[in-house]
Ligand binder design. Structure first.
Ligand code: FES
Ligand SMILES: [Fe+2]
Length: 387
């Protein structure tokens, strides 16, 4: 007899094919077909820095000539970590026996060897291609013969005279902690969950955004060429309608316009970049006249920052972090009951599964550009319209 008690309940399983990010995993291979932001430009310096991205540990540095490099940490000689390396004009020198590698892993010097290493060109330190744009370092961790162009985004390409780009990598999602210690997909698919806004961000945490955001919206979800879009209409009671458009674009871009309702096309884009299966970072680029635009956007809880809350306040005023982390370090998708308002989440999971098959079958996933126009059009924004 099944009476629904917890005694009779067997917890379900996570959908690992959607959540795992390592090399050779189903969605990990989809993620690897795109450029990913991995650090702020200012993170690449003469001091080598460890970065963890898509389950891989790598060393980021910037040569004396100013070129960023991203190398596998274990030195090709006998494995000392390049974290302890010395950055020079053309590359990084291993601390143990002084081999020097350039940003594409070529061995330039083997100083203990006769004639500086006659066969040093036989050695290649594993490396990844990197680029800099919008104040971020971008890396391509996929198969070399499928490397697309690093795309541009129309909303970041044109700026008014007083606007500049503001970049953030602290990973604050909804005013939570800087280090996000749960699976990236719980955050990414939340972009297609506009119904939680009036509940979590108004009823529970107090009005975290503008009062208009507390209204329950009418929502439409649709597939786009590159992902899923949600259009939310809120009837403001003064003859105007707020049409708010949010999008996810493959493989991990979130287009969430200002929840404080700056009007017009979005001036913010964010990439939900997995460090590994159980943690992620959010890299955000905003275009605004106010240098502290992103800081002002952070949610507060009864006037306090997330980090200032007591345990009791965290419980009484939960925000995105509490909701998403408490789903589990990797949520148990098998236990979900997806219903009408989860349509966007269901559509996204379906599209991810389809693209996993596409990539496994040798296809190119949506939105990768190999030549021609490299500008991607963004539809997201807050649009106030007369009824
Ligand atoms: S271990 Fe790096 S040079 Fe020997
Ligand atoms: Fe939220």
């Amino acid at each position: 007899m099944d009476t629904g008690t917890a005694y009779e309940f067997t917890p379900g399983l996570p959908r690992l094919e959607l959540t795992q990010v390592g090399r050779g995993t189903p969605y990990g291979e989809v993620l690897r077909r795109y450029w990913q932001p991995i650090a702020l430009s200012s993170d690449a310096s003469r001091t080598p820095r460890q970065v963890r991205v898509l389950g891989e540990d790598l060393i980021l540095f910037r040569t004396g000539r100013g070129s960023p490099g991203l190398l596998y940490p274990r030195c090709a000689h006998r494995g000392a970590s390049l974290f302890y390396g010395g950055v020079e004009r053309d590359g990084i020198r291993c601390c143990y026996h002084g081999w020097v590698f350039d940003t594409e892993g070529r061995c330039l010097e083997q100083p203990c060897e006769p004639e500086n290493g006659l066969h040093r060109d036989r050695v290649r330190q594993p490396w990844y291609p990197v680029h800099e744009r919008y104040g971020l370092i971008w890396a391509y961790l996929g198969p070399p013969d499928r490397k697309p162009l690093l795309p541009r985004y129309d909303v970041l390409e044109t700026a008014a005279a007083d606007e500049s780009l503001i970049t953030d990598g602290s990973g604050v999602g909804g005013g939570g902690p800087a280090f996000l210690d749960f699976n990236w997909l719980q955050h990414w698919e939340n972009v297609l969950d506009p119904f939680h806004v009036p509940i979590l961000h108004a009823r529970f945490s107090g009005f975290q955004f503008s009062p208009e955001m507390a209204l329950m919206p009418e929502v439409q979800f649709e597939y786009t060429a590159c992902g899923v879009r949600s259009t939310q209409r809120r009837f403001l009671g003064d003859g105007r309608t707020l049409r708010r458009v949010t999008e996810v674009m493959f493989p991990n871009l979130r287009v969430v316009p200002s929840p404080r309702l700056k009007a017009g096309p979005t001036n913010i884009l964010g990439w939900v970049v997995p460090c590994d299966d159980e943690s992620f970072q959010i890299f955000t680029v905003a275009k605004d006249a106010a240098p502290d635009f992103l800081i002002k956007l952070r949610s507060t809880y009864g006037g306090k920052a997330w980090s200032e809350l007591t345990p009791e306040e965290h419980q009484r005023m939960p925000g995105d972090y509490e909701a998403q982390k408490s789903q589990g370090t990797i949520t148990l998708h098998g236990d979900d009951h997806l219903i009408t308002t989860d349509q966007g989440v269901a559509m996204l999971r379906r599209m991810m599964a389809k693209q996993i098959r596409n990539v496994a079958d040798g296809g190119d996933p949506p939105g990768v550009i190999f030549d021609g126009n490299d500008v991607i059009a963004i539809e997201g924004g807050n649009f106030f319209e007369d009824q």
